[in-house]
Write a protein that binds this ligand. Structure first.
Ligand code: ZN
Length: 206
């Protein structure tokens, strides 16, 4: 199976400051996006691009389409849990089974690596029920354009413990996201692919 082309949309919310570390949601999500892009390209041979930070979220779904992306992954960290909430939440489009499966796999992989157990009761959710059923822009519009959307809230940045976890584990978080994408779409591991290609070539050689 050929790799899906992935478009990453890290939060550009520079005003969302973390409870510790003097960093913003934008900075941490961009760092995770950079790691995830490298992992998907180098370890999975999977074409991946990151939304330019100059583009607002309302311009990004069209940018993804213009670049022939198939999966639209919006990366966020969460707030509003009274400084004690923890755990990943991922939003999917209810019309799209691929979107729902990717959201479920992302939550499962993220919750595996965090030392702070999730206290979320409904971590895999439709992204179309918020805002009077208008849904998240980055769920509704990519779906309308034929992309597979997921918006993930990786963990809570207003909880000092999980804020520190987010800051200190950007690479591990990116690896978990890559594993979730892999298990959702059966991406071919680049090394396995090259090895089997070399074997095939060797066999056919006269
Ligand atoms: Zn956000």
């Amino acid at each position: 199976m050929v790799c899906k082309k992935i478009y990453l949309s890290p939060s550009n919310q520079v005003g969302n400051m973390y409870a510790v570390g003097n960093v913003s949601e934008k900075e941490v999500m961009e760092e995770i996006a950079n790691h995830l892009r490298e992992i998907l390209i180098n370890e999975y041979g999977c074409d991946t691009l990151i939304a330019p930070s100059s583009l607002g979220v309302r311009e990004r779904p069209q940018d993804a389409l213009d670049n022939n992306a198939e999966v639209y992954l919006a990366l966020h960290s969460n707030a509003g849990g009274g400084r004690t909430a923890s755990g990943a939440i991922a939003f999917y489009h209810p019309n799209d089974e691929d979107s729902r499966r990717l959201a479920a796999n992302i939550v499962a992989e993220l919750n595996k690596i965090s030392q702070y157990p999730s206290n979320r009761i409904d971590p895999v959710r439709s992204g179309m029920e918020v805002f009077n059923n208008q849904g998240y822009y980055e769920i509704r519009v990519p779906n309308e354009l034929g992309l597979i959307p997921v918006l993930v809230e990786i963990d809570f940045h207003d909880n000092p413990l999980t804020a520190r976890y987010l800051i200190d584990n950007t690479y591990e978080i990116a690896q978990a996201l890559a594993r979730a994408i892999d298990s959702s779409f059966n991406l071919r591991n680049k090394r396995r692919y090259i090895m089997s290609f070399t074997r095939r070539k060797g066999k056919n050689r006269p």
